[in-house]
Design a protein around this ligand. Structure first.
Ligand code: ACO
Length: 322
């Protein structure tokens, strides 16, 4: 037997308003054809009045708790990944904690942009393994639309809003049983200017807007993701052919295809939601995970690989059995 953090339930939430490429092209100098060909994106959800990172995170958390058959009081740890918190402080995780009635446990945010969920799940797993808590909610939630420059067509067409959550429980399981088997994380601050926000509370005193040198980010993403996938599979002692589902960060269909090719994975094993949700940063992996659990693709016992790369640069991957 071995102690592992076991996935008990997943949940997600999207803003009410869906915005198609055609609708976007009414106000931005772009076209459905350009966006689909370069990115695979057809649609994204954009937060309206009253919808925030916190409200989306709370909805996703409640759905994950319901799927796990648990209540807020059962959760001792909340780790929430976001680059777009409701306020500079308190942590959005603290708001979620109060809303679900988990008061008194541990709650904090992590900032690793699009890799945020991978960082959050690795941190939560380590804390569960060290006995800091018995059950954790790990959330990725973003309202990227609030930091987009809607005059910059090279970035504003790429992102969307949403939230996803998972419930983990520390349990004794058989060696081939469920739970997180291995995680690997990396960062390289040398490239922080290629993908960043040009503001912040301590530098400009403003929230700022996303700035990205897309083609350069693309090249780093494929190399870094293939590297960390190789590393995490070796750590887990499995081969690419053993993987049932890859649940990647949903930045761009071409990155998903290039990474799968480089890694020798058939495209049918890759969960794709970028067409519907666009890039939701830290929310994209748990949103895609919840989508594939709820539509019946991911079943108990399946071997999953989660991966992401984002601003910083940061990147990471995780192998777990559902
Ligand atoms: N609509 C129409 N034309 C556009 C648009 C648009 N929305 N945006 C740019 N163009 C034009 C450019 O101006 C350029 O025109 P030019 O040739 O006349 O100068 C042309 O399209 C090609 O631009 P490129 O930037 O070279 O286009 P590319 O094929 O590289 O695609 C893209 C751009 C989609 C951003 C791509 O580089 C990419 O996906 N990069 C990775 C970005 C990414 O995934 N980031 C997220 C990872 S990390 C994270 O999630 C935060």
């Amino acid at each position: 037997m071995i102690r592992r953090s076991v996935l008990l339930g997943t949940g997600s939430a999207l803003p009410e308003r869906a915005v198609s490429n055609a609708e976007l092209a009414k106000t931005v100098d772009t076209s459905d054809q350009w966006i689909v060909e370069r990115t695979g994106i057809r649609n994204r959800h954009i937060a309206g009045e009253g919808e925030t990172t916190g409200t989306l995170a709370i909805l996703a958390a409640r759905r994950a708790l319901e799927a796990a058959g648990l209540e807020g009081k059962d959760i001792g740890l909340i780790v929430l990944a976001t680059a777009t918190p409701d306020q500079t402080f308190p942590a959005t995780a603290a708001k979620v904690q109060h809303a679900i009635g988990a008061n008194g446990g541990i709650a904090f945010d992590v900032a690793a942009v699009c890799s945020g969920f991978l960082y959050a799940i690795a941190v939560a797993d380590s804390m569960l393994q060290s006995g800091m808590a018995q059950r954790a909610l790990v959330i990725g939630a973003e309202t990227m639309s609030r930091i987009l420059d809607w005059e910059d067509r090279t970035t504003c067409v790429l992102f969307g809003d949403g939230a996803g959550a998972v419930v983990l429980e520390s349990r004794e399981v058989a060696e081939d049983g469920p739970g997180i088997i291995a995680s690997r994380l990396h960062a390289d601050g040398a490239h922080c200017d290629l993908l960043c926000v040009d503001g912040g509370p301590s530098s400009t005193g403003t929230v700022g807007h996303i700035r990205m040198r897309g083609p350069e980010v693309f090249k780093h993403a494929v190399v870094n993701l293939a590297g960390v996938l190789t590393e995490v599979l070796a750590a887990a002692g499995i081969e690419p052919k053993d993987v049932d589902w890859v649940v990647p960060h949903q930045a761009n269909q071409r990155i998903l295809d290039a990474t799968a090719r480089k890694f020798g994975l058939p495209p049918e094993k890759v969960v794709v939601t970028v067409d519907r949700h666009a890039n939701t940063s830290a929310a994209s992996v748990p949103l895609a995970l919840d989508t594939a659990v709820r539509d019946g693709r991911i079943k108990p016992g399946d071997l999953l690989v989660l991966e992401a790369m984002g601003g910083g640069f940061t990147w990471g991957a995780c192998v777990l059995r559902a």
